[in-house]
Design a protein around this ligand. Structure first.
Ligand SMILES: [Zn+2]
Length: 257
């Protein structure tokens, strides 16, 4: 494994790309659940319909300079836009700092906008669209190819995850009449099982469960926390961390052993 050059220029470039992809993620996470075309149709203000031009579309800067409002009708523009763009930039820089080599960095940068869009759509619409899960699954296979190439273990872990997830869901539904871990959540865990070495996947799944419970306890009213809780963002955050830091974790375990 060749270490990445840790130059300021690389991080500045990653931050810029992160902002641009973050802008794409805001459009994607808005249009996809509403059945709007992602590739066609220029962005427009949802209030006044004005087609947005370059001064409206510079990540973060446009929002700040226009004081968080549409340049044409002054309707407020949600803080979600600059927030998502900045989070995307932070994740791109984080990927640059943590990825063990160039192929893994490229794959992680390809996965990051998809995972961010999935997290936003799950929070806002409580679903994880297959049209985003499928490319994420393909990238998971590519990740494994660049790693230990242990596709047999990956397939078995993914299959066990699917059987357990769907099985537990059926049991939970039969007992309580409600869905437990959603279908999308189970598929997401299976994708993680496909990409990650088994010990890293198990750590990832454990972390996802812990994060989900903490998020659930902190943010959701106790009366309906079962139905409100979305595991998706917790799984996505843990999966991203496992992809970025997994090789460091394995290295530390091997050193300790
Ligand atoms: Zn407007």
């Amino acid at each position: 494994m060749t270490a990445l050059p840790s130059s300021g220029a690389l991080y500045a470039l990653l931050a810029a790309f992160g902002l641009i992809f973050g802008s794409f993620v805001t459009a994607l996470s808005y249009r996809l659940p509403r059945g709007e075309s992602v590739a066609h149709g220029r962005s427009h203000c949802p209030a006044c319909g004005h087609v947005l031009a370059v001064p409206d579309l510079i990540p973060v800067l446009s929002w700040a300079l226009n004081k968080g409002a549409c340049r044409h009708c002054r309707t407020r523009v949600s803080w979600r836009y600059p927030a998502i763009e900045m989070l995307s930039a932070a994740l791109f820089v984080g990927a640059g700092a943590l990825a063990p080599d160039i192929p893994h960095l490229v794959l992680l940068l390809a996965m990051t906008p998809i995972m961010l869009a999935l997290a936003i759509i799950d929070i806002e619409h409580q679903r994880l669209p297959n049209s985003l899960l499928l490319p994420l699954a393909i990238l998971a296979v590519a990740w494994r190819w660049e790693g230990d190439k242990d596709f047999l273990t990956g397939m078995i872990a993914a299959a066990v995850t699917l059987v357990l997830g769907f099985g537990l869901d059926a049991v939970h539904k039969a007992i309580s009449g409600r869905l437990g871990l959603g279908m999308g959540d189970t598929k997401l865990l299976a994708i993680a099982a496909l990409a990650l070495p088994l010990p890293v996947f198990l750590a990832c799944a454990g972390m996802a469960g812990t994060v989900a419970v903490v998020i659930g306890l902190l943010s959701v009213r106790p009366a309906n926390w079962r139905t409100q809780m979305t595991f998706g963002p917790a799984i996505l955050a843990s999966y991203w961390a496992a992809l970025a830091a997994g090789s460091h974790l394995i290295g530390a375990l091997l050193t300790a052993a």
